[in-house]
Ligand binder design. Structure first.
Ligand code: DHB
Ligand code: FE
Length: 278
């Protein structure tokens, strides 16, 4: 049977792609963020997941304002890394966990989630950077299931709906008949706003409360509407919805294996957490 062995949530900032390319992990500006990853890599070496289910937002590479699914899932044999315009290096392509993708997709649709099925999907920095942070040699030892959440075109799915999607993904994984150790990823956030009058907005107090809620009260953020979340976390801070999906896959108690928070990386309050189900 498939089993969720961990949940890893992290910010994704395109400039990290440049920093990785230029080997700036020990540079004083970048070090506080990159230092969040050695403990995660130790855990990966020990636990050795087979498959990642990555919950993230596409930034205009597959979907934009012309066509924007609220939720989409990849069912492809392979996912090709593309740069959606930041000038960051692409990465080797990612093998797809096709059987698990189709199984989750069928299960979610039967569970009343209207997933868009993507038999082809490009992956941008929100998918690729967490992978490269976990496996810096970029030889992927896992197969992937990408799940996209609309954090771009309003109204967004509510935090409540995202958590419920996570719960449904968790049920689907538990019902997958093949043996597989699954790591769930939530990519995005925490507070940041890239444009407009509030460009550069960061809300440390909210971020720390949100990180605490991920451990102790995972449905805390379901009280907020999409507009509340923009107000509290910035226009791009709403990417924390991807964390809600990821945490929803294990809705009960979790143990924190590692946690890191640093302001800023580029325009973002950057956080990384790793949880194990109890
Ligand atoms: C930045 C953060 C993001 O989440 C993103 O998608 C693009 C840029 C930033 O802080 O620069
Ligand atoms: Fe982003």
């Amino acid at each position: 049977m498939a089993k969720i062995v961990g949940i890893m949530t992290t910010s994704h900032v395109p400039a990290l792609g440049k920093a990785i390319h230029l080997n700036l992990q020990q540079d004083p500006y970048w070090k506080p963020f990159f230092d969040g990853f050695p403990p995660i890599r130790e855990w990966l070496d020990r636990v050795k997941p087979d498959i990642v289910v990555s919950c993230f937002n596409d930034h205009g590479l597959n979907f934009f304002l012309d066509k924007q699914p609220t939720f989409a899932i990849g069912t492809a044999p392979e996912y090709i890394s593309e740069d959606e315009g930041w000038g960051i290096p692409t990465m080797p392509s990612f093998p797809g966990a096709e059987d698990l993708s189709w199984h989750i997709r069928d299960s979610l649709i039967r569970d009343d989630f209207d997933m868009v099925t993507c038999q082809e999907m490009l992956v941008d920095h929100a998918f690729t950077l967490p992978m490269a942070l976990m496996w810096p040699e970029q030889k992927w030892p896992v197969k992937s299931v990408p799940i996209c959440v609309n954090t771009v075109l309003f109204p967004l799915p509510s935090a409540r709906r995202c958590f419920k999607l996570g719960e449904a993904i968790g049920r689907a994984i538990a019902a997958f008949p093949e043996d597989a150790k699954v790591l769930v990823i939530g990519s995005g956030g925490l507070s940041h706003q890239l444009e407009g009058e509030r460009a550069g907005f960061i809300n440390k107090e909210f971020d720390l409360k949100f990180m605490d809620s991920m451990v102790n009260d995972p449905q805390w953020a379901t009280q907020f509407s999409d507009i509340d979340l923009v107000e509290q976390t910035g226009n791009e801070g709403v990417e924390l919805l991807n964390w809600m999906v990821a945490r929803g896959t294990v809705p009960g108690p979790v143990k924190v294996v590692h946690s890191n928070f640093h302001i800023p990386i580029s325009n973002t309050a950057a956080a990384t957490m790793l949880f194990e189900p109890i």
